[in-house]
Design a protein around this ligand. Structure first.
Ligand SMILES: [Zn+2]
Length: 340
């Protein structure tokens, strides 16, 4: 099964369980409020309408806020009121109750909602899936942070980089971007600064493989999460030379989607040239990985870190720091992509 199928299955199961629980608690609520017994079928139908209404209200609030961002607090307040009044009214009308009895019948349906939130925070997020927003462009063009977009002067394909203020370059100098087709840097004179960050989904149950995109806790500061590509595996000897990575003396062939990528063994940093770790062969310990960013010219990755985790060299990501494997970009929808 692909990760997309597993993701959809998980989502559908959660939705079905929450519907069923809501229906059971709604039946109980109606009995509590009015003494009448309703069929599970009718309770299920009303629970379905309640979920649909909640989704519609949430969506309206989202769209409203996107159009009028300054009305933030008012929108949140209005949404909260609607999220209470509308379901109570639906329950009252569906079961022919007064509004107050409708509120009473609706109250128990909050219990499965709270249980679901608890499940998300205690099980789903720590052990199965977690979502992240990517702030930087070290993984561009594969994963984007807040970015500027231009056209590659060589081939015309979209090129990406962090907005110029992040690098304090003058507009007239152009911007070093990465071409999404060639995966090589290019200097772009005209660009727009409109792109927001990608939101990614990380699966914590699958075992990371070479070339996977992984999220890990930064070795020198575990409170910071990074996303990079897993390139060197535990126990391997790694060398970066001629734009390629060599493992145990053999040149690695990157996967098709990375064709053309060049891994630089030095970068310009201010007026200095900084040499990468891996320029001469290095040996990874049995629990250490080596990670690289796709925007090789502007990626702070295993090559250039100065501090590592305690007991490890600066370039090593200890296996225990790996959070999970990136399986999807899920937002914005236009950037939807499945990786594994
Ligand atoms: Zn190009």
């Amino acid at each position: 099964m692909t990760s997309t199928a597993i993701l959809l299955a998980t989502f559908c199961i959660l939705l079905a369980v929450s519907l069923l629980l809501q229906a059971i608690f709604l039946r109980w609520g109606v009995k509590w409020a009015s003494g009448s017994v309703v069929t599970l079928r009718k309770a299920l139908l009303v629970a379905f309408v309640l979920q649909f209404a909640a989704l519609a209200i949430g969506l309206c609030a989202y769209l409203f806020e996107a159009r009028l961002p300054r009305q933030g607090t008012a929108t949140v307040l209005a949404e909260l009121v609607l999220q209470i009044v509308v379901p109570c009214a639906i329950v009252a009308i569906s079961f022919k109750l007064t509004f107050l009895r409708g509120v009473q019948a609706w109250l128990p349906t909050l219990i499965p909602g709270i249980a679901l939130i608890a499940f998300s925070y205690l099980v789903l997020r720590p052990y199965m899936y977690e979502a992240f927003v990517v702030p930087t462009n070290a993984m561009a063009p594969t994963i984007l942070g807040n970015h500027a977009i231009g056209a590659c002067p060589r081939c015309g394909a979209p090129a990406y980089a962090s907005p110029p203020d992040a690098w304090s370059v003058r507009q007239t100098d152009g911007l070093v971007m990465i071409c999404s087709k060639e995966l090589k840097p290019c200097n772009v004179l005209k660009f727009t600064e409109s792109g927001g960050p990608d939101r990614i989904l990380v699966n914590k149950l699958i075992t990371p493989r070479r070339w996977d995109l992984i999220v890990f806790r930064l070795p020198s500061d575990p409170s910071i999460n990074y996303v990079k590509r897993l390139v060197g595996l535990p126990g391997e000897e790694l060398l970066i030379r001629d734009g390629a990575v060599w493992i145990n003396g053999e040149k690695l062939e990157p996967p098709e989607e990375l064709r053309g990528i060049e891994y630089l063994s030095s970068i310009e940093f201010g007026n200095q040239t900084r040499e990468a770790a891996g320029t001469s062969p290095l040996k990874l310990a049995g629990d250490e990985c080596f990670v690289l960013g796709d925007f090789s010219a502007q990626s702070a990755d295993s090559r250039f870190w100065e501090m590592g985790a305690p007991g490890h060299p600066p370039y090593a990501v200890p296996e225990s720091h790996i959070v999970g494997v990136v399986t999807h970009i899920y937002w914005p929808i236009s950037r939807w992509r499945s990786f594994r």
